[in-house]
Design a protein around this ligand. Structure first.
Ligand code: NDP
Length: 448
């Protein structure tokens, strides 16, 4: 698909020329500019006033070294990042990712996407993202702690409860957030809501752990119901077995679906009787084991090496919840061939552009990550509110708010798509609805 606006086409070219190696960032920007072309055509002031040019350039990129010592006394040096992308509507907000694949392109793509996603939640939060090429797999708790402390020794200078509030992402869960928050508190001598996803004993919100996966299913449920379908009796395939995947599995099951497959970066399990989620939680949340151990404890289940063929399993609903570009065109073709009628993205940018086109051409209901996985950051923003009030809501109160946010988000994205002549296209609708609030705020501030 091409960008139907000459200026935005040129802008895309400049983005590529400026940082030629940043392929993930180019992919994310292209998808958004395709969607925004009708808006730019209708509102030329957005180009004239520099909003579009500013939108694709982070306000600030912080890049730093993270030296740490392993248990044998050897020194390692990783690289840390924080991209503060856009603060037009609130403090920068977005997760930290610890994974060997992390580089500036990945953090920029995530920070760019986060700007629209956060706007879509209707809450006052800007977009940012950070992380490191550090791999927590196979490290002892003490090594992870030393790494997190060193990471925060630099990051603390740039964040704060009214400036930038990081959270978790791939490789950053409750353990890492605890070490990071502890070090921030030590360095600043203050107890503030500077990170979200905190433990419940020190300022965390109930339902934050569940929020992204639950929110994904609430969004998907809205989309399915609008098309006269539901999770009830549906066979569901979920990639990943981390935070998002586990709670997507829990909610999809509660809504009447049967989840038959999950994965990690080595391979996937298939359990025709339905995934035993307690076992997955035990393996992933407690033992930090590989997903293949599942079949040792669950007779009749199968394990297959490699991730991508998970999409060959026949299903009605697919929820990609692992990582970017994990659902390529071949996977999309297999899903379509097997009668899959809905795909809702839990991970960020999991479908490649050609896979996304294939779903839309085949009439598969498609929920894009920016909208469908916004539940995590929405509850993070609720955690910030609770921290500011020094007060906690119950699980039910937070969950109820999450449900309302995801329904509003679905409605706003579908209405925006309809208003710009692309009814049913939630990719365009989410990009447009997220963009408008940010753009109008940027216009109000003037060029700074
Ligand atoms: P976790 O680290 O908890 O889990 C990630 C899962 O994906 C693991 O099962 C991991 O397997 C698998 N995975 C990671 N990289 C790859 C890969 N290259 N190929 C196949 N599988 C892979 O992360 P989250 O569940 O928090 O995040 C998953 C996705 O959801 C990410 O895209 C993240 O950006 C997005 N997201 C997360 C939010 C949150 O609240 N946590 C909010 C919104 C989006 P292994 O253990 O083998 O590495």
């Amino acid at each position: 698909m091409s960008i139907q606006n000459e200026y935005l086409n040129g802008l895309m070219e400049r983005v590529i020329q400026r940082d030629p190696g940043e392929l993930e960032f180019h992919q994310a920007v292209r998808e958004v500019l395709i969607s925004l072309a009708p808006v730019a055509n209708a509102r030329p002031e957005l180009i004239k006033e520099g909003v579009m040019d500013c939108l694709v350039e982070p306000e600030r990129t912080i890049k730093f070294r993270v030296p740490w010592e392993d248990d044998k006394g050897e020194i390692h040096v990783n690289r840390g990042y924080r991209v503060q992308f856009n603060s037009a509507i609130g403090p920068y907000k977005g997760g930290l990712r610890f994974h060997p694949s992390v580089n500036e392109s990945i953090i920029k793509f995530l920070g760019f996407e986060q700007t629209f996603k956060n706007s879509l939640t209707g809450l006052p939060i800007g977009g940012g993202k950070g992380g490191s090429d550090f791999d927590p797999h196979g490290k002892s708790d003490a090594e992870v702690m030393r790494f997190c402390q060193s990471f925060m020794n630099e990051l603390f200078k740039y964040i704060g409860p009214d400036t930038d509030v990081p959270a978790g992402d791939i490789g950053v869960g409750a353990r890492e957030i605890g070490y990071l928050f502890g070090q921030y508190k030590r360095l600043r001598n203050e107890f503030t809501g500077v990170l979200t996803g905190k433990g419940l004993t020190y300022g965390g919100s109930l339902a934050r752990k569940e929020a992204t996966g639950y929110g994904l299913c609430y969004f998907a449920d809205n989309m399915l119901k609008a098309a006269g379908k539901s999770f009830e009796g549906a066979t569901v395939v979920i990639s990943g077995s981390g935070n998002v995947a586990i709670y997507a599995c829990e909610k999809a099951t509660q809504l009447g679906g049967k989840v038959v497959a999950m994965s990690d970066s080595n391979g996937y399990i298939y359990d025709k009787d339905g995934i035993d989620l307690d076992l997955v939680k035990q393996l992933k949340e407690v033992e930090r084991a590989r997903i293949k151990v599942y079949v040792d404890r669950k007779p009749g289940a199968e394990y297959h090496e490699g991730c991508v063929s998970i999409w060959n399993i026949p299903c009605d609903i697919a929820l990609p919840c692992a990582t970017q570009n994990e659902l390529p065109l071949e996977g999309a073709k297999a899903l379509i061939k097997n009668g899959c009628f809905a795909v809702a993205e839990g991970a960020n940018m999991p479908s490649t552009p050609d896979a996304m086109d294939a779903f839309q051409e085949a009439g598969v209901l498609f929920a894009p990550a920016k909208a469908s996985n916004a539940g995590g950051v929405a509850v993070s923003a609720l955690e910030m509110s609770q921290n500011s009030m020094r007060f906690s809501w119950t699980f039910e109160e937070v969950d109820e708010r999450l449900k309302t946010i995801m329904s509003d988000l679905y409605r706003n994205a579908s209405q925006a798509a309809e208003q710009y002549g692309m009814a049913g296209n939630l990719v365009a609708g989410a990009n447009i609805a997220g963009f408008l609030k940010v753009a109008d705020s940027m216009l109000a501030y003037g060029l700074v």
